[in-house]
Design a protein around this ligand. Structure first.
Ligand code: ATP
Ligand code: PRP
Ligand code: MG
Length: 285
């Protein structure tokens, strides 16, 4: 019987959320400590724990069928693999930065200068597009220290909160790309494996949709029902049930996270009381 092999980062920023995503899809992985390979007990899936930087090549070669990696790595490694879903975590940017006292007027600042980075391919493309000739100094980690030790005039590295830049006296100047974790697949999957992937994606989409919405319950006096119901989006339309107390109803609905507080304010103003807000584990439309 066919199965899927998914590569996830062995340890590091993507590891925990990758594993918990699989768990939320109902997949049980027996995880022996320090195991580099583990099988799911209830889904034809094998998990390979690998170094982040090695993963795209393994997927291109078909050693792994699927993987969870950041878009930044995909752009840098330029492997021939497909993004199947963006996963919404490990959001960051790949940016240029210079010492904060530099009077930075634009990317031409880097002409003839040295830039330290672990992302030489992505940086080369960006410099070429902007017609800047700069020397790239490749370092594997702690890139932000480079200007302070006289290694380079600027850096190109990942930025999330900006605190590493701040601590090293640097300021962000150009955003080269934005990135988040994504699920990728090899182009070598057979028909059976693609069918398995569809099963996995069905679960994944249900989990992702659930994360983006909240289930809301509230009490509403019947004479205000019409107004409250008109505010609520819901999956089809809100559920309205009579309360034990005469003249009152319980209204249930689903609200998208983005519109959440705005809708809650409107509901209160329209007469809703005793609002309960409950997370949704999975949502199948
Ligand atoms: N500060 C950050 N905020 C959010 N996401 C980040 C941040 N730094 C890195 N990432 C994302 O997490 C991925 C893995 O980063 P991490 O630093 O854990 O591994 P690595 O050093 O590239 O690889 P490994 O140690 O496995 O060889 C990056 O490719 C990027 O997509
Ligand atoms: O903007 P911030 O929130 O400060 O995050 C940015 C930092 O995070 C990453 O490093 P990481 O902590 O993964 O260390 P590493 O260099 O050992 O991979 C990245 O390389 C930056 O240095
Ligand atoms: Mg890192």
């Amino acid at each position: 019987m066919s199965k899927l092999k998914i590569a996830v980062q062995k340890s590091g920023r993507l590891n925990e959320e990758s594993i918990s995503l699989l768990k939320n899809c109902g997949i049980h992985i027996d995880n022996g400590k320090d195991q580099l390979k583990a099988s799911a007990s209830n889904f034809p899936l094998e998990v390979l724990y690998l170094r982040n930087g090695d993963i795209p090549q393994y997927v291109e070669d078909g050693v792994a069928d699927l993987a969870i990696v950041g878009e930044n790595l995909l752009v840098e490694s330029q492997n021939d693999i497909e993004v199947v879903r963006k996963l919404g975590f490990s959001k960051c940017k790949l940016s240029l930065a210079v010492p904060k006292e530099v009077d930075y007027q634009g990317v031409q600042f880097f002409e003839g200068k040295k830039i330290a980075t672990s992302y030489p391919n992505t940086l080369t493309q960006y410099l070429k597009k902007n017609k800047v000739n700069a020397e790239i100094h490749l370092i594997k980690g702690s890139v932000e220290i480079a200007p302070n030790i006289g290694l380079a005039e600027g850096i190109c590295d990942l930025v999330s909160s900006g605190s590493t830049l701040f601590k090293n006296g640097l300021k962000e100047t150009d955003t080269i790309l934005t990135s988040e974790a994504c699920l990728v697949k090899s182009k070598k999957l057979n028909a059976e494996q693609n069918a398995l992937l569809d099963t996995l994606l069905f679960r994944l989409d249900a989990v992702q949709k659930g994360k983006k919405s909240k289930y809301v319950l509230m009490n509403v006096p019947n004479h205000k029902l019409e107004q409250v119901v008109s505010i609520l989006p819901g999956m089809r339309s809100p559920t309205v049930l009579p309360l034990a107390e005469e003249g009152w109803s319980s209204v249930h609905s689903v609200i998208e996270e983005g519109k959440f507080w705005e809708v809650i304010d409107q509901l209160k103003a329209a007469g809703a009381e005793g609002l309960l807000i409950v997370p949704i584990e999975k949502m199948v439309l």
